[in-house]
Ligand binder design. Structure first.
Ligand code: S3P
Length: 173
C-alpha cells in the first residue's frame, strides 16, 4: 500500500488513528507535531509563543519536503497543514491523503480541556470552532483524496473504513 497522509481539524483523532493504522498495516507511524516538538525540543504551544505561527508553519513545510521520499509510512499532520498550497502539493506527492471529518460537537468535546493547542487558546468555544472549521473546510476538501467521517465510530471502525476506501480507490484506477 502507498503511504497514507491523515489530515483534518484539531481533535478528530489523526494521531490515534494513525498510530493504530500503523500497527494494523505494519507501516511506520510518523506524527508531524510530535516530530517537530522533538526536533525543536519544545512544545507546540511554546514554539507559537516564542517564535510565532509563521515559524511553525515553515517547520511544517520543511518537514513535509523531507518526507517526500519516504516509503511505507502513515503520516499524521497538524490541523493547519492544509493552509499552504505548497503543503497540499507535497502531501499529494507523499501518498493518499485521507481527511478525517468530525462535527463541531465531537471536536469541542475532545479539545476543550487541552492546553497545547495555541490556535484555540482562549477561543475554544463551540462558536469559535465552528467558525474556524468553516474557514478551513474548503482547504481540507481541496487536499483530500478521500474522506471519512469519525462521528459515533470507534477507532477500529474508522481504520477499517480507511483501508476499504483506499483499496476501492486502487481498484478503480
Ligand atoms: C494546529 C493544529 C495542531 C498543531 C498546531 C496548529 C492548527 O495540530 O499543529 O497547534 O492550526 O489547526 P492538531 O490538529 O494535531 O491538534
Amino acid at each position: 500500500m502507498s503511504n497514507i497522509v491523515l489530515i483534518g481539524f484539531m481533535g478528530v483523532g489523526k494521531t490515534t488513528i494513525g498510530n493504530r493504522l500503523g500497527k494494523l498495516l505494519k507501516m511506520k507511524f510518523v506524527d508531524m507535531d510530535r516530530q517537530i516538538e522533538r526536533e525543536q525540543d519544545k512544545k507546540i504551544s511554546d514554539i507559537f509563543a516564542q517564535q510565532g505561527e509563521p515559524f511553525f508553519r515553515d517547520l511544517e513545510t520543511r518537514m513535509l519536503r523531507s518526507l517526500t521520499a519516504s516509503e511505507n509510512i502513515i503520516l499524521s499532520t497538524g490541523g493547519g497543514i492544509v493552509l499552504r498550497p505548497e503543503n497540499r502539493e507535497l502531501m499529494k506527492r507523499i501518498g493518499t491523503v485521507v481527511l478525517l471529518e468530525g462535527s463541531v460537537n465531537t471536536v469541542y468535546k475532545r479539545v476543550r480541556l487541552n492546553k497545547n493547542r495555541p490556535i484555540l487558546k482562549h477561543k475554544n468555544s463551540k462558536q469559535q470552532i465552528a467558525k474556524l472549521m468553516r474557514e478551513r473546510k474548503n482547504f481540507y476538501h481541496l487536499s483530500a483524496d478521500l474522506r471519512v467521517s469519525i462521528n459515533h465510530k470507534t477507532v477500529m471502525m474508522i481504520c477499517e473504513e480507511i483501508v476499504e476506501k483506499i483499496h476501492k480507490g486502487e481498484e478503480d484506477v
